[in-house]
Design a protein around this ligand. Structure first.
Ligand code: ADP
Length: 498
């Protein structure tokens, strides 16, 4: 890419950036404020100058009027019409002031000043059309009068000259509004000041916006380097401002995603691993049976092994599907008021056969009324899993699994305890993890070909139990000591409490 094209791209990116929009708006608002401020300052200056000039002119006009009366009477006595020199002292008429004396007939009797008498009269006439601003006989107006190449803004005062109650003429008195030329200087100062302020604001604004947006760029760059498989990077910006908070939130989100992805990957790996063993067994059994002519009993045994493994896989796939649905939030829990003792009894009845086959005494303790709000199917599965585990892992001479329920003021509890060897303490925190098995070899080896598929384990049973309990707003705990049996206790909110 050529340098020009790169520059063009950077410029387009800048124009589309928040930085640019921020600076643009900021500068526009500042420009608006500066224009308004300058206009206000300028207008105030004009107003003050006008008021000052007007006061000054009115003071001087009183004296000039008196002199004019004398001048007019002289002109009349000399049979006016001819021009007469107006003798006014310098203290009353300043440089560039205009004075025109008009006789009763409308003829110019005398004039003084840099503007021709006709122009002054014309401007004054124009002024007369406006409303009288000072008293009945005085009209003041501002007008532009040409003075060589420049035009100066004049204030005109027109006054009738009355002598002995009789109108004897008019006087047009004009004075420059801004004789010292302060207004253009003020305008220039305001303009220069505004431009410098805007330039500083623009540069400062770009710098500030750039600084403020730097964390956003860091976030964008880090997000770009993140890949689906590596979510281990963090922003670690550590600021306490809004962007720091955003970065912390994103870091927390990344951590959650990382955990979820790792768990997902582990889940898939564990699932594949779990399926590999039964598939290998099925393959081996089938190959062995087909390798030579066998007796019918041997085929029967091979088929039996294949069926057991198939059942194990079916159960595993069902559990996996259930967990996948649970993760995706696609497991509709239809809660209705039911008695947990009833559900426990149904589970016990279902598993009695399995228990007797494994020489386990499955007994029930107290089963009082235990109202809960729940989904019968899921609660049944949860209790099934706990009892099956008890049956599976109990060893020794007198094997007992005991199921009991109870009700507290606001909780309903269910306990499944067994007389097994217990679970070593170091395994307890992981027991509800997916695919976690305390002794994998023992789980699979303890199963005979004649056992139903429920008898074999894959480490998913307790995570399903935990999910179901939590979906019902409850908790599940395990108590176990080496050689002291294991007790799982589930507690759920009471269903009859409103
Ligand atoms: P599995 O399908 O292997 O039984 P679970 O999630 O139900 O999977 O249980 C996880 C592990 O917890 C089991 O492999 C077993 O080692 C241990 N466990 C569960 N229940 C008991 C129990 N009642 N007594 C002893 N160990 C148990």
């Amino acid at each position: 890419m050529s340098r020009l094209a790169r520059l063009r791209e950077r410029l387009i990116a800048f124009i589309h950036s928040i930085r640019f929009r921020l600076v643009l708006w900021y500068t526009l608002i500042l420009a608006f404020v500066l224009i308004a401020f300058s206009a206000f300052v300028y207008a105030s200056q004009v107003r003050d100058q006008t008021a000052d000039s007007l006061g000054d002119m009115e003071r001087r006009s009183v004296r000039i009027e008196e002199l004019m009366q004398v001048e007019l009477s002289k002109a009349t006595s000399q049979n006016a019409g001819t021009s007469a020199g107006v003798q006014i002292p310098d203290t009353l008429l300043q440089e560039n002031d205009v004075l025109v004396l008009i006789g009763p007939g409308g003829s110019v009797i005398g004039s003084r000043g840099p503007i021709p008498a006709e122009d002054a009269i014309h401007l004054a006439e124009h002024a007369l059309e406006g409303p009288p601003l000072r008293g009945e006989h005085t009209v003041v107006s501002a007008g532009w009068a040409a003075q060589g190449k420049n035009s100066t803004r004049y204030l005109f005062l027109v006054a009738p000259i009355v002598e002995g109650g009789k109108l004897s003429g008019f006087m047009v008195f004009g004075s420059p509004l801004d004789p010292a030329g302060e207004l253009p200087r003020l305008l220039l100062t305001l303009l220069a000041g505004s431009l410098v302020t805007l330039a500083i604001a623009l540069i400062g604004g770009i710098w500030l916006a750039d600084r403020a947006m730097r964390p956003v760029r860091t976030i964008t760059q880090t997000a770009r380097t993140l890949s689906e498989t590596d979510l281990s990077r963090r922003l670690n910006m550590g600021g306490r401002d809004e962007l720091g908070e955003l970065a912390n939130t994103l870091d927390a989100m990344l951590a959650r995603l990382d955990t979820a992805f790792t768990r997902q990957r582990q889940f898939v790996a564990d699932a594949s691993h779990e399926l590999r063993t039964p598939l290998t067994i099925v393959n081996l059994e089938a190959s062995r049976a087909l390798a030579a002519q066998r007796k019918p009993q041997e085929y029967e045994r091979a088929l039996e092994v294949i069926r057991t493994e198939n059942d194990f896989m079916s159960r595993l796939v069902n559990d996996l599907l259930l967990l996948a649905h649970m993760d995706a939030g696609q497991t509709p829990i239809q809660k209705s008021g039911l008695d947990l003792s009833d559900v426990a009894l149904e589970a016990v009845e279902r598993l009695t056969k399995l228990a007797s086959r494994k020489s386990v005494r499955l007994e029930t303790g107290d089963l009082p009324e235990a109202p809960v709000l729940g989904d019968r199917q899921y609660l049944l599965q949860m209790i099934n899993n706990l009892i099956e585990n008890g049956i599976k892992y109990t060893t020794g001479e007198d094997k007992v699994v005991r199921v009991e329920t109870g009700a507290d003021a606001d909780r309903i509890w269910l306990r499944v305890s067994d007389s097994g060897p217990g679970i070593p303490a170091e395994h307890l925190p992981h027991l509800f993890d997916r695919f976690y098995q305390v002794d994998k070899a023992r789980t699979r080896n303890g199963v005979t070909d004649l056992d139903p598929p429920e008898a074999s384990g894959s480490g998913l049973g307790l995570s399903i139990v935990q999910w179901i309990v939590q979906a019902h707003g409850g908790e599940v705990h395990v108590e176990s000591g080496h050689g002291a049996g294991t007790t799982f206790e589930v507690s759920l909110p009471r269903g009859d409490v409103t």
